[in-house]
Design a protein around this ligand. Sequence first.
Ligand SMILES: [Zn+2]
Ligand SMILES: [Zn+2]
Length: 177
Amino acid sequence: MSAGPPFFRYHPDPLASGSIRTSADTCACCKRDTGWIYTATFYTAHEVNGRFCPWCIADGSAAQRFAGEFTDSYGLDGVSEDVLHEVTRRTPGFHAWQDPRWLVHCQDAAAYVGEVGYTELAAHPEALDQLRTEMRLDGWHDENQLEHFLTHLGDGASAMLFRCTVCGTHLAYADAS
Ligand SMILES: [Zn+2]
Ligand SMILES: [Zn+2]
């Protein structure tokens, strides 16, 4: 295969995020060796012998065949049924310490960028602000503690960075180990 994996609107660079990597493994769904394999989450009650190629994710065949989802619908509130299905059944999930959750902005699912530390997060001040606000609402009342947590992201805990597919703003949530 000369071309790379198919394009995923809600996970535009799964190679950078580590969810898809080059591999000589055979896909558990189509049984082909495409040169690429998916490495992150898949939730199913069925037994899956191996991993999937990105094409079987993109066309929905892996999710359909094994009645599974790459991402739980947790957090995907206020998006259309089509978007919900595209994210949970036709988009690569990602590696996280806790159960991954998908962020929403402008009533559309955001695109997953990757796991980042403070420096990368601070490059998107709006994402840092949004995370700070959310953590205050979550009960972080000690500002020093909160800033210490934020500035140490990437060292133990990290931030999951997304970009809105509509307005382009960045947003994030904190993933603790
Ligand atoms: Zn396949
Ligand atoms: Zn937006």
